[in-house]
Write a protein of this length. Structure first.
Length: 239
């Protein structure tokens, strides 16, 4: 279990001269769940992309335990212990569920036997054991989403960044997901950053909130205090 924090300090991102993120600082500690919220277009996905190396920084830096990771390739950053999910599910549809999870473990340098063991443990944890040999492409949407998270966890990340993990799920699927996610800090010491529009889900999961509007931080802190912040209410009503 890592005791190192993930730290984004003064991060700015520009697209063709337009500032999508302006001087944003966020710390994610091991075993905590932070909700990243804000109106559409406020820069939430861009912040995840900046942390994981998918977009270059125009300013600031990202570190883990003080070691700089900004500037490294997405693959190198993943190897440093940061994993993510995407708004659109990305799985190998022609591979089985267990192969999808296994291949992620293999990419992080364990033996085939260890990878299979790890995949089976994760599938059991995610109530997916019965579907281990099904093709990923044939799963329901909610199951695909869970396989995607199992895949991310197979790489043993210290931090997991989830972009709208419950989007498109029905109520039962989203309850199952919420339960799985809420256990991860305790069972794996994992630090989670979660973007979601469902405030009910965010408030049930997150200890802390970080709120963006127009690429800037407008509030951060304890979830129940932040949600009462007038600037936050204003940003949501105005969107
Ligand atoms: P959110 O996730 O909060 O909805 P985004 O991070 O997706 O917001 O987008 C923030 C802003 O950056 C938006 O104005 C969006 O159009 C712009 N943007 C995001 N990604 C790109 C990109 N690859 N190229 C150009 N503009 C982008």
């Amino acid at each position: 279990m890592s005791e190192k924090s993930l730290n984004a300090a003064g991060v700015s991102v520009e697209f063709s001269g337009l500032r999508a993120l302006d001087n944003v600082s966020l710390t994610l500690s091991p075993a905590e769940i932070v909700g990243l919220i804000g109106p559409n277009g406020s820069g939430k996905t861009t912040l995840i992309n900046a942390i994981t190396g998918q977009v270059p920084l125009a300013g600031g830096r990202v570190t883990i335990g003080g070691d700089q990771i900004s500037g490294l390739s997405p693959r190198r950053i993943a190897l440093k212990g940061i994993n993510r999910s995407f708004q659109i599910v990305r799985l190998f549809n022609n591979m089985t569920v267990v192969e999808n999870v296994e291949s992620s473990a293999l990419a992080h340098g364990v033996s085939l036997r260890q990878a299979r063991e790890k995949a089976n443990t994760l599938l059991a944890e995610f109530s997916l054991s019965e579907k281990a040999e099904d093709l990923a492409g044939n799963l329901s949407y909610g199951d695909k989403r869970r396989v995607e998270i199992a895949r991310a966890l197979a790489a043993d990340p210290a931090f997991l960044l989830l972009d709208e993990p419950a989007a498109g799920m029905n109520e039962a699927e989203s309850e199952t997901l919420l339960h799985i996610l809420s256990e991860l800090p305790r069972t794996r010491g994992l630090g989670l950053l979660i973007i979601d529009h469902d405030m009910g889900l965010i408030m049930r999961l997150c200890n802390r909130l970080h709120v963006l509007a127009s690429g800037r931080t407008i509030a951060e802190g304890k979830a129940d205090e932040v949600r009462k912040n007038p600037a936050v209410i204003e940003a949501y009503l105005g969107s």
